[in-house]
Design a protein around this ligand. Structure first.
Ligand code: CA
Length: 228
């Protein structure tokens, strides 16, 4: 399981984040001060991503970010900023953070950002686990290929990213907005309908019967779910 450092001094926000990361298959490592976070990083060199709150009782989150980068680490860093701290976003990105999430955030938004950053940084590949098996499907994240019953399916990049998102989150209902954010990224200004169009095309490749999808199922009025 991928370890994620959660640096947040407010206990209720921290446990909210921890619960949701755990639910998404990550192993959260908690810290409530900057000093504690740096200590946890020393003890857990395999932490692949850090969520850093900005306002802390000791050193601030940017200082922690700077120290992580100064140590030569290329781990993913997401700053957790308060709404009024617009300027913090800029500072955060300049000190080496990869992304930021503005409080308050939804569990879906947080995990979508974490998943997207892990994918962007290729952390999946680093931990040596290249394959995801689900039912008759085998996804190889190194070659970016998908097989069904041992036969290679030809996918576009978007279809590959959709399959990866779903196979990494079996049984989890995902809204169109979650999917847009995770696959197309935050800069994409397209409509949720884009998701439907691509899912329809993906289904023609993966489903036994597109009229009765059994793998990639519709969650009415919400989005989609990987059925396995
Ligand atoms: Ca705080």
């Amino acid at each position: 399981m991928k370890k994620i450092l959660v640096l947040e001094d407010e206990a209720n926000i921290r446990s909210f984040v921890v619960i949701n990361l755990r639910r998404s298959g990550y192993e959260p490592i908690e810290a409530d001060t900057g000093a504690a976070a740096l200590e946890k990083l020393k003890v857990n060199p395999d932490i692949c991503l850090a969520l850093l709150d900005v306002m802390l009782p000791d050193i601030d989150g940017f200082e922690v970010c700077r120290k992580i980068r100064a140590s030569g680490s290329k781990m993913g860093i997401i700053m957790l900023t308060a709404k009024s701290q617009e300027i913090d976003k800029v500072t955060g990105l300049m000190t080496g953070a990869d992304d930021y999430v503005t409080k308050p955030f939804s569990p879906a938004e947080l995990t979508a950002r974490v998943d997207a950053l892990i994918r962007r940084l290729g952390i999946d590949e680093v931990d040596g686990n290249y394959e995801i098996q689900s039912g008759p499907f085998l996804l190889n994240t190194r070659n970016r290929t998908l097989e069904k019953n041992g036969e290679r399916l030809k996918l576009t990049q978007i279809e590959y990213l959709l399959m990866k998102l779903f196979m990494e989150n079996p049984g989890r209902a995902m809204s169109r907005d979650d999917i847009l954010l995770a696959v197309w990224g935050e800069d994409f200004s397209g409509e949720p309908k884009t998701v439907d169009v691509n899912i329809r095309r993906l289904r023609t490749k993966i489903e036994d019967d597109t009229a009765e999808p059994t793998y990639l199922t519709t969650v009415w009025g919400y989005g989609y779910k990987w059925g396995y």
